[in-house]
Write a protein that binds this ligand. Structure first.
Ligand SMILES: Cc1ncc(COP(=O)(O)O)c(C=O)c1O
Length: 387
């Protein structure tokens, strides 16, 4: 008999469910001829000048460890980017760390703040990795469904959640949002900030889609709550650099110093070649997202309209590259079963809204980070299916 050591694994790890979006995509990926509107990454190549910077770094033998927080030049370029774009003031020497994508920033931050029984407020539907990370660290999730408010957190609902959970330690915001594509205007951010300023909640703000907005400009909540915000951003979405693994976290120096301990223990430092590429992207690629945004906007407009015509009600999203649409009333309202059925029968891949928390049930997420040709074919298949 083979011996089994599974009982030695920490219970927190055993109890942690990985987000099912990846498993679900893989599962339906086996359907032949499937059009995938499931993808969470840009379908554009990384800008050439960024690739050239990486090639130069390789040829210059820049293949050593860097400072654990990242090369100071990369951090400075990132801080300048945040200043120019969003009027944020971070000292690159003490307030900003380069991470292995926002994913690592999320892990290190959660590890630094959250222990057994700590409550975290999450407006849902939300990016499901947060849920898994909090479970891994023993945190208790307080879900606030934004479904009744067109998927935007209102100051009233926020106040109510705070009142019901006075000991909550953290709130996680993500805008533009994965999965809804919705985002907040400056006035809405100010109103949320006014509520949060009266609390001592740590505000984790994942603004990774900040460069992908349509007809609106991004306002960071860190502008109004610099003392209590840990800001996440990165290059995966803005510069089509998912595989380069570049993110950052920034915040008050004393908090950043603590989070950076975890970062150092987990990674030592981020891959050096990627850091050179990131410096170039932040410093000289400030407009790199613009041509992508023009394309995304065309796709968004088309998909938004066509889905509404088909009975998949959806609000026009202001950012990211997702549309969150309501499953028509005459079809299966269980989002998981529905997406499985559509993948098998219509050969269109979508992500069940329920994968993003309670606030997402009854909906589906469609990504338009794929060609217009694919999107048009998917719409035509859905048309047949709905009939
Ligand atoms: C909201 C959100 N945060 C973080 C990430 C992860 O980004 P990164 O590639 O920088 O790890 C994603 C990726 O899909 C995302 O949608």
């Amino acid at each position: 008999m083979t011996r089994d050591f599974i009982s030695k694994v920490n219970n927190e790890v055993k109890d942690t469910q990985l987000p099912d979006i990846y498993g679900f995509s893989e599962q339906i990926g086996k359907v032949p001829d499937l059009i995938k509107l499931t993808l969470g990454e840009p379908d554009f190549p990384t800008p050439q000048h960024v690739k050239d910077a990486a090639i130069a770094a390789i040829n210059d033998n820049d293949s050593h460890y860097t400072a654990t927080w990242g090369r100071i030049e990369t951090r400075k370029a990132a801080a300048d980017f945040l200043k120019n774009k969003y009027d944020l003031n971070y000292d690159p020497a003490t307030q900003l760390v380069v991470t292995n994508g926002v994913t690592e920033a999320m892990y290190t931050t959660v590890k630094a703040f959250i222990g057994e029984g700590d409550e975290v407020i999450i407006p849902t539907p939300a990016f499901p990795v947060y849920d898994s990370l909090f479970t891994l660290n023993g945190g208790e999730i307080v879900e606030v469904s934004t479904q009744p408010d067109n998927f935007l957190l209102t100051p009233e609902r926020l106040e109510e959640a705070i009142k019901n959970h006075p000991n909550a330690k953290m709130i996680v915001l993500n805008f533009p949002s994965n999965p809804t594509g919705r985002t907040y205007s400056e006035a809405q951010i100010k109103a949320l900030a006014a509520v949060l300023a009266k609390t001592d909640l740590i505000v984790v703000s994942d603004e990774i889609y900040s460069e992908l907005t349509y007809g609106t400009t991004h306002t960071s909540i860190a502008k109004y709550l610099p003392e209590q915000t840990i800001l996440f951003n990165g290059l995966s979405k803005s510069h089509a650099m998912t595989g380069w693994r570049i993110g950052i976290f920034a915040g008050p120096a004393n908090l950043v110093e603590q989070i950076a301990k975890v970062h150092e223990l987990v990674t030592t430092s981020v891959m050096t070649i990627s850091q050179f590429a990131a410096e170039e992207a932040f410093a000289n690629g400030q407009d790199d997202a613009k041509p992508m945004v023009v394309e995304y906007e065309k796709r968004r407009n088309y998909l938004h309209e066509e889905l509404n015509k088909l009975g998949f009600e959806n609000e026009l999203p202001e950012g990211a590259f997702y549309i969150f649409a309501k499953i028509p009333a005459h079809l299966n309202q269980n989002s998981y079963d529905f997406c499985l059925e559509v993948a098998r029968e219509a050969k269109v891949g979508m992500i069940p809204g329920g994968s993003f928390g309670k606030g997402g049930e009854g909906y589906v997420r469609l990504s338009y980070a794929t060609s217009m040709e694919n999107i048009k074919e998917a719409v035509s298949r859905l048309k047949k299916y709905v009939k």
